[in-house]
Ligand binder design. Sequence first.
Ligand code: ARG
Length: 278
Amino acid sequence: MKGLKKLLGLTLGAMMTISLVGCSSGSNEGEGTVEKLQQIKDAGVLVVGTSADYAPYEFHKQIDGEDKIVGFDITMAEEIAKDLGVKVEYKDMDFDGLLGALEAEKVDIVLSGMTPDEERKKSVDFSELFYEDSNVCIVKKGKEDSIKSEDDLKKLKVGVQSGTTQADFITGDLGITDAKQLKRMPDLMLDLQNGNIDVIVTGKNVANINIGQYDGLAIGKTTVGKEVAESTAAAIKKSNEKVDNTSLVESINNTIKRLKDENKMDEYMQEALKLAEK
Ligand code: ARG
């Protein structure tokens, strides 16, 4: 008798779990399609992929003796997660591995100072833009005038982070085939300090923080590429027959709209810049 009761209990329990799981993906269109948003809510955590080498957007900092990932995109991640009612977990990796991680569903979204360009849009979806900046050159102090036009870059040893829009611009648009491409920003900075390269092309905010942290470097006088070439949005895996991302993209865009309406973007960037300078 006891055994039967136990068995019944177990079966009931199992049935309830099944119906609960059924409910959570209930609002889906096609048979077997899950909503990414609901999946994240069920898990209670938003997994964010980032390359935390890009202050003020995302970087490591010791806070109360603990290593933390902080920055402008990290505040964005927190706000997006807050609106979803979930926690955030970060996966720090090389920038050129982020879209692969998104594709393989190792992360739910990418927040990494990532610029939505046409090439990337073919394989992933992007939220609305939430920050715009330009690209500049970092050079050795005293060499600020060495690059008067983009063409001057062709005569110099250029360094860029691999997989970035800056790398694309230098190798593609300018056809500089011998540019040095490194996976992490700090390695580029050291190479410039040591004279292994002459110039790094990167975002203006990033350049400003780095010249404060690496001695003997300065920002060159030319902007590189279009005026707002360094724009930022969240990347999300495209919907397919198994996973529907529509409501997730909508939710992220609602958070972005809320923060823009509240005039928060500049405030968050100022906070991130201060945090990065200290
Ligand atoms: N905005 C550039 C891009 O999308 C560079 C971003 C680099 N980000 C980073 N976290 N290192 O390619």
